[in-house]
Ligand binder design. Structure first.
Ligand SMILES: Cc1cc2nc3c(=O)[nH]c(=O)nc-3n(C[C@H](O)[C@H](O)[C@H](O)COP(=O)(O)O)c2cc1C
Ligand code: SF4
Ligand code: SF4
Length: 305
């Protein structure tokens, strides 16, 4: 029984070199699939795993003897990397300062983002925890103001064609089905958003993606955990902040391009491979504004039991 993803439907294979294995048991401890056990003083493959090897690689990463190798689910020993030493990592004060200094930026200079920075952001955001391996997160990169403006223009045209979706008659039909909270959201947020996006675009003002010099759309697949692309998007944001860029997450696109023929055509035009339950667009650029102060933010609630 292998867990399916858009990239693989097979379990990975586990190879243990008994000559190298000292039987320390570390791989057994970290394998939460219970694919491994100790037998006769060596690690061995269990007959009663939960799913069968999911290819997370934890066993290979922790083995001090390089005695275990995983092949499959797009993983092999070639994917192992030497971890940088702990003292080179950002400490709490550094990370917190970076986080505190972040403001959502929607005003960018004309300076393009160098391709090396785009690669660094992608490279860093791939370190995010992304659910079941191999990750089912996809990224669409729009790396110029022109590309982002074209995308926003197409999106505004698409919304114009979908305007019936927020019309009074349609919302009246849907209210008993999706309840009064959704109804309130559609009337007071989604409908004005449609009209804002369409109306401003007609006047040449792009409040869809703000003509950003770079945008990345993180989305999943029908198999992905909805949280996966959101976690990766968050990492991309922090990486870009560390590179001196301004960033902003944009939630007004993903939910509206999932269903229907017109949405599929838009996705196809931009080579978006799947409809997916969650996704997020992040924009990046050199800030044209400077904030001297931040705003203290709070959670809706913190319950301590
Ligand atoms: C999931 C998500 C979706 C968002 N969508 C938009 C958006 O569509 N347009 C926009 O201008 N800002 C968007 N934002 C940015 C928020 O408005 C911003 O985070 C909030 O105003 C707080 O400001 P701060 O990020 O500077 O603290 C989004 C943020 C998140 C987390
Ligand atoms: S971590 Fe390596 S050496 Fe230790 S039991 Fe597992 S395979 Fe053997
Ligand atoms: S790759 Fe992950 S699931 Fe497979 S044996 Fe190693 S720790 Fe277990």
């Amino acid at each position: 029984m292998a867990i399916p993803t858009s990239r693989t439907r097979e379990n990975a294979e586990i190879h243990i070199d008994e000559l190298l294995c000292t039987g320390c048991g570390r791989c057994v401890e970290v394998c939460k699939d219970f694919s491994l056990l100790l037998r006769g003083g060596h690690a061995a493959v269990s007959d009663t795993p939960i799913f069968g090897c999911i290819g997370c690689g934890h066993c290979m990463a922790i083995c001090p003897e390089d005695a275990i190798a995983i092949h499959g689910r797009l993983l092999s020993p070639d994917d192992l990397l030497q971890l940088p030493p702990r003292h080179q990592a950002a400490n709490f004060a550094q990370l917190f300062t970076l986080m505190q200094r972040r403001r959502s930026i929607r005003e960018f200079t004309d300076q393009p983002i160098a391709p090396e920075l785009v690669e660094k952001i992608l490279f860093a955001s791939q370190t995010a925890p992304m659910g079941l391996p191999p990750s089912d997160v996809n990224v669409l990169v729009l790396d110029s103001r022109e590309k982002n403006r074209a995308f926003a223009g197409d999106y505004a045209t698409y919304l114009q064609n979908m305007r019936w979706f927020v019309s009074s008659w349609f919302l009246a039909i849907m209210r008993p089905l999706w309840g009064k909270n959704n109804d309130a959201m559609f009337r007071n947020f989604v409908r004005p958003l449609f009209d804002t996006y369409i109306g401003y675009m007609k006047r040449g003002v792009n409040v869809i993606n703000y003509d950003a010099p770079l945008a990345m759309y993180f989305y999943g697949s029908p198999f992905a955990d909805p949280a996966d692309p959101l976690v990766a998007a968050t990492y991309s944001m922090l990486a870009a902040e560390a590179l001196g860029l301004g960033t902003c997450m944009l939630g007004g696109i993903h939910p509206l391009i999932q269903n229907g023929r017109k949405a599929r055509r838009l996705r196809e035009k931009y080579q978006i491979k799947f409809p997916s339950r969650e996704g997020l667009l992040v924009i990046f650029g050199y800030p044209a504004v400077t904030y001297q102060k931040g705003i203290r933010r709070t959670f809706a609630s913190i319950t301590r039991l």
